[in-house]
Design a binder for this molecule. Sequence first.
Ligand code: ADP
Ligand code: GLC
Length: 477
Amino acid sequence: MARLLFAASEAFPLIKTGGLADVAGALPEVLGRKGMDVRLLLPGYRHILQRIEPPAAVAEVELAGTRVRILETLLPGTGVQTWLLEHPLFSERPGNPYYDDQLVSWADNAERFLLFSRLAAAISSGDTPLAWRPDVLHCNDWHTGPAIALLQPVQQRPRTVFTVHSLAHMGMFDRGTFERLHLPEQLWHPDAMEFYHNVCFIKGGLVYADWITTVSPTYAEEICHAPGGLGLEGLLQHRRDRLVGILNGIDHAVWDPATDQLLEYQYSEASLEGKHHNKAALQQVLGLHCRSDLPLLGFVGRLTEQKGLELLLPVLDEILDLPAQVVILGTGEPAYEGALQAIAARRPGSMAVLLAYDEALAHRIEAAADIFLMPSMFEPCGLNQLYSLRYGTLPVVRAVGGLADTVVDASPHNLEAGTATGFAFREASAGTLLETVRRATTLWYDRALWESLQRTAMQQDFSWEKSAERYMELYGA
Ligand code: ADP
Ligand code: GLC
């Protein structure tokens, strides 16, 4: 049985800030079901330790002069054996894994995630008292890039896979930090982890991994060119034969409208009745006018430039005037939060803004809305549009990255062919977004056609099964 160590900085339901947690909370379990012997490795954040039964320590390891313990637990709701790195850098830090209340990155993130990477490398090279060593190390995003670089000199190293969930976060730190961290000097080189006079953690994975993957085929292409490559396009082109795009899947145990316990009314493509009830219930809870004759548009996500707030904000009033209702759930940049709140205050009954991180509400919005807004500037994969398709909530997306790969625009041709599942536009302008929303809301009034689109959307297969098999091919398992 092939052994896999899957290292990530977050995994649902233990700790989640975004889609990486959804992936790390689902993929290891599917791989386990397919016969792999999997260990999930996570930092032991205070947030996790406070919420689980005290786990047993299974090993104590010295990493470049720092002692850490490995705690063992199960990923809740799964049989996935999970190891937590226990150290004050994680266990004595409240709040978000990456930044403080002001959204400023923790000053010692380089130390924190290098320690995490060092542990992944130590387990992978058999440098711990554990009687287990992986055949494959699968790392995710910049937090784990150095693990792959550190394994380079190890003779008997496992095969390595590095997944880019977003190139936008590179883990860049200055030369002083590099020296303080005692990283091997040979890594300070443009062909290694140096990048414009900084050390760049993500390059550890991009330069040295046996396979680089990213979370959609289109994003794999986008990052090989400017501007999507953010300066790393040369390196990625050089490694193009080792770079593969594999779409994320949906965890049906968590996201299925027929069984979703967070919904007031479950429903399926066989009967969309429950969806209408969810809409009425949400309108009531949020203080929106209880109107079944108006389309309800939903947005769930981080309130950042990536998610298309620059396109959405200038036309929100016009969208509400179509007429339509809008509900927004998210947290993020204070300027966006303030602007959204101001519009909501002007438009009571039509627009609701919830500045919170709320798992249950995210599910309820997916179920209640008619249309889902995802006008991202870039989107490596995107999970919300997949959830929307599954919940019969037709997405309006910008055709980039994973959005381009998963949503089929309701063009006359695709409507004719019966393949349409949503609405896609290309030009990054507020006007084009508004036009596309108008196209969607107009079609919404054609109930029979809309329902047929909903059914096509709900039938799409974005399960993890296929994607997990593609990873296993790369693992050589
Ligand atoms: P990203 O990882 O770039 O944030 P994804 O679409 O891949 O985008 O994944 C976002 C995940 O985070 C989804 O599961 C989404 O439901 C969840 N999410 C984002 N913001 C919130 C929020 N404010 N409340 C609850 N869930 C949220
Ligand atoms: C990142 C990306 C998102 C992707 C997620 C999981 O957060 O922004 O598009 O779905 O990772 O891979």
